[in-house]
Design a protein around this ligand. Structure first.
Ligand SMILES: Cc1cc2nc3c(=O)[nH]c(=O)nc-3n(C[C@H](O)[C@H](O)[C@H](O)COP(=O)(O)O)c2cc1C
Length: 415
């Protein structure tokens, strides 16, 4: 019986353990978590979601305070078009987050950053260019383009000195999205170094509609592998979403995948950035406590625990401090939803917005409990203590469990 450890992921000349820990914004996949994967010979992701906020917390910086101070005059204004990111500050925050992580890297693995196109930041092209360039300046090993089609993203940084040295990958949820990406980037003579195929059981935003349950990861992965073979393209394919055991992973590798990307099982590790209280919510979750809803202002469906404080909250939009989802004209679907409710309650009290959420503030405060479909199985990966809480896991143990387990067995932490 094969174990994941019997396989090897090759990216360029590099040989790796075929386990990738996925990017989880906002600092849920911390530097510490990514460093464990890299030390053990796999790939770990940090995330570039809301990096100024993350840098403030990690390095005691003041990026958010400065921005908030600058745009204080606009707090009660519905029009947020004035609220821009300082591009030099954004670059500095990204270089810090990436640079310090890379300095701490040990072992033979790699560290990648997950970069979401949907973080349009009231200036989509320039903010994305800055984030990508600064991550390369900071020494990142690879960049995973996510949450968007990224038809123009590579072109933004084609003149960067590390453009052909940094590994670039794309997350897709369909062959169609991959073909579009390949076609658009053909003129750059820069194929992706890896392709992550994310299925409908993943955490975070989904690349499907509310009919997500009609899709299945294996079918999409098979289509992508077949297409690449037809085109004689040798690019590693990495499935993600609902791969819960080492044996789940082995099935994909036996069918031609190069590695797997996993996340949910790491949300209850000590190294994960979620507060311990929230990790316990993930452990306790039952299948019926998890839903896919449309409250993200991005327009993508998102999977989360129904008990997330972000659902139904009616806080004032805080774009002066954050504003990561403002589109090119300074709009965000939450602002509209909030003002619709404010008109019904002009005193500003008891506002509840059910259809959208202020994702920036709630992700920043870990109040949007986004999670993978199999979160309800996390309780089977740990031990319950006499007070009813669950023992947190070590990322190294979870990584090794994926690597060495057979027969869908999950090794529990030492009591
Ligand atoms: C809590 C959480 C947050 C996530 N955040 C992001 C994100 O910010 N960007 C992204 O591209 N994927 C995100 N994902 C998706 C993961 O990177 C990964 O591809 C997927 O969840 C793997 O499936 P699994 O969780 O079933 O193992 C997130 C997943 C989880 C569980």
């Amino acid at each position: 019986m094969k174990r994941l450890d019997d396989f090897c992921l090759r990216i360029g000349k590099k040989e790796l353990v075929p386990i990738v820990t996925g990017g989880m914004g906002v600092d849920i996949s911390t530097a510490e978590l990514s460093l464990v994967s890299a030390r053990l010979g796999g790939i770990g992701h940090i995330s570039d979601a809301m990096v100024p906020t993350v840098s403030d917390r990690r390095f005691n910086m003041r990026f958010v305070t400065e921005k908030q101070k600058k745009y204080k005059y606009n707090f009660f204004n519905r029009d947020k078009s004035d609220v821009q990111f300082d591009l030099e500050g954004l670059a500095e925050a990204t270089r810090l987050h990436v640079g310090r992580t890379m300095e701490a890297k040990r072992g033979d693995g790699l560290i990648f950053i997950n970069t979401m196109e949907k973080l349009t930041m009231n200036n989509p092209r320039e903010t994305l260019r800055v984030r990508l360039s600064a991550a390369m300046d900071g020494g990142i090993d690879g960049i995973t383009l996510s949450a968007g089609l990224h038809l123009g993203s590579l072109a933004l940084v084609q003149d960067h000195p590390r453009f052909r040295d940094v590994k670039f990958g794309i997350i897709v949820s369909s062959l169609r999205a991959l073909m579009l990406f390949m076609r658009k980037n053909a003129r750059l003579d820069r194929l992706p170094d890896y392709i992550i195929v994310e299925g409908p059981l993943a955490g975070g935003h989904l690349g499907f509609g509310l009919d997500w349950a009609q899709y299945d990861l294996k079918t999409i992965v098979d289509e992508v592998i077949r297409y690449l073979a037809q085109e004689s393209l040798d690019i590693p394919v990495i499935p993600a979403g609902g791969i819960f055991t080492g044996s789940d992973a082995v099935k994909f590798l036996e069918a031609g995948a190069a590695a797997v990307q996993v996340a949910t099982r790491f949300t209850v590790t000590c190294e994960c950035g979620l507060p311990d209280k929230v990790k316990q919510e993930y452990f306790k979750a039952r299948e019926e406590d998890i839903e896919v809803n449309m409250i993200s202002p991005t327009g993508y469906p998102m999977r989360m625990l129904k008990g997330s404080p972000a659902i139904g909250a009616g806080i004032r939009p805080n774009c002066e401090a954050y504003g990561y989802l403002l589109d090119a004209s300074g709009n965000c679907a939450y602002i509209d939803a909030y003002h619709r409710e404010l008109e019904k309650h002009p005193d500003g009290k008891n506002i509840s917005v059910m259809d959208k959420t202020c994702l920036c503030t709630h992700m920043r405060n870990f109040d949007c409990w986004t999670c993978g479909h199999y979160t309800y199985r996390l309780k089977d990966t740990s031990r319950q203590m006499p007070d009813g809480s669950y023992q947190l896991l070590n990322a190294e143990d979870v990584f090794n469990d994926y690597r060495y387990s057979v027969d869908h067995q999950i090794s529990l932490p030492p009591a």
